[in-house]
Design a binder for this molecule. Sequence first.
Ligand SMILES: [Zn+2]
Length: 120
Amino acid sequence: MSENLKAYMGFSRGAGSPEGACLVFAHNAKEARRLAHFIVSNWFGESWIDTAVLWQKNSPHLFEEADQDKLKRGEPHAIECPKTCSECDLWGSPMGKSGKCIDCEDEEEMFKEEAPCLRT
Ligand SMILES: [Zn+2]
């Protein structure tokens, strides 16, 4: 039995993850980096040393974005465009029902609590 895949965020160190990050499913960071590099170097034309990966610990929701067949087979793969939040355009946090991530939803929630008089 093969080891379970882990979720990694692949991005360019130079450009920074908000500029573009891909989602990679791999067994380890080395494998993830190789997969991420194909995509990241395509976006930014950066060199190998510029490609970084970060293990997305405690993010089971990211596995919903995975290719489920490949996930089952334990086949490493990359998702170039994971679903992003409609508000901040980032991914990484779980998405709420509204199409926004829970961080943005939280902010809205706070805003409502602090300023109820603004609601008409
Ligand atoms: Zn957001």
